[in-house]
Design a protein around this ligand. Structure first.
Ligand SMILES: [Zn+2]
Length: 349
């Protein structure tokens, strides 16, 4: 039994306004917006609302026969078209409304052409109560050229009573020909307070820290809070303390030990964010990623803009080559030493 797909709090008003016009609905929509703001959930909740027999303000009632079918994951007029790998991650790969259940050990990361071909027989089956038929396709970028062209053929002669809801981070992830067949529905970034309230409701402690660390994407913030112990890792504060100590050769051992156990792209990404915040602090602006980091301001006051710009550029280069350092320990120490140097007081030339 899967959970009923409902809208996230920041999606309610938009969804309700959009879905109350369902009698004059376009047959293909591209739902797009920043990653991790709940686009896929929006599309699935919209599908439920379109299939509901007695919607309230355009949204699914949660009670009728259709809604019960949705809840149990086997509404005959709903198809989810997504890569087998995504279906497997969702843990509901075998539910009956899959266009193609995942069976292989190495599930595909693409939307396959068979998944679109199989829709043919579905289009030829009468819908329950003569209502809508809804196909939710995500993520749209998982279509290769062949499956995208198969979808284009369908949309060129759309079957009656059928709505396609495509989900993408950005419209340019779709072929232009396909894009021209879709109406666009951009989803805005949720208001910060809505995200914070929702995260609190999900039991996330210090939601502002997580939301900042996730670049304001609430679903990503939630995921990070499940996966990590802290929004701003301990080693960041330790490193800043060392940088502020003015020791010419601070003992980097403890911080290096921590970093050696983390994937380089992850901790380099953290360092890059740290220098974004340092740069903002230099201009008396609020930090973007680590609002709770106390040690940043005194450091920002004394480092030079040139050093911050240089280390930021250098870190970006390191990140590009970081996935397989020849010697992890040497690499970690080299990066940490550069960071410490960049944080030293600007010398008068
Ligand atoms: Zn209903």
């Amino acid at each position: 039994m899967s959970a009923f797909p409902d809208f996230l709090p920041w999606q309610h008003d938009l969804a309700s306004a959009w879905l109350t016009q369902r009698e004059r609905f376009a047959h293909a929509w591209l739902i797009h917006g920043m990653p991790d703001i709940g686009k896929q959930r929006f599309a699935l909740a919209a599908a439920a609302s379109l299939l509901c027999a007695s919607p309230i303000d355009g949204l699914a009632c949660g009670q009728c026969q259709d809604c019960q079918w949705i809840r149990s994951g086997n509404h005959p007029d709903l198809r989810r078209i997504r890569p087998d790998a995504v279906a497997a991650e969702e843990g509901i790969a075998q539910s009956a409304d899959d266009a193609a259940p995942a069976t292989s050990k190495n599930p595909s990361r693409e939307i396959r052409i068979d998944q679109l071909r199989e829709l043919g027989s579905w289009f030829n089956t009468a819908t329950h109560r003569g209502g809508w038929r809804v196909a939710v396709l995500y993520p749209a970028r998982a279509m290769n050229v062949i499956s995208a062209n198969a979808l284009l053929k369908v949309l060129e002669e759309p079957p009656a009573h059928t709505v396609f809801l495509l989900v993408a981070d950005a419209p340019d992830q779709l072929l232009p020909t396909l894009l021209s067949r879709c109406r666009r529905l951009p989803l805005p970034v949720p208001p910060v307070q809505d995200s914070l309230d929702w995260l609190t409701g999900q039991g996330v402690d210090k939601p502002a820290d997580w939301l900042a660390a996730a670049s304001q994407a609430p679903l990503r913030a939630w995921q990070m809070a499940q996966d990590r112990e802290q929004a701003c890792p301990d080693w960041v504060s330790d490193l800043l303390r060392l940088a502020a100590s003015n020791a010419t050769n601070p003992d980097l051992g403890a911080v290096a030990d921590r970093l050696e156990k983390i994937a380089p792209e992850v901790w380099i990404d953290t360092l890059q964010r740290l220098f974004v915040d340092l740069s903002l602090a230099r201009h008396q602006l609020a930090p973007r990623y680590f609002p709770s980091l106390q040690a940043l301001e005194p450091l920002a006051a004394r480092t030079s803009s040139r050093n911050v710009a240089e280390i930021s550029r250098w870190l970006a280069e390191q990140r590009a080559v970081a996935s397989h350092p020849l010697n992890t320990r040497l690499f970690v120490h080299a990066v940490l030493q550069r960071v410490i140097q960049a944080c030293q007081p600007a010398t008068v030339a």
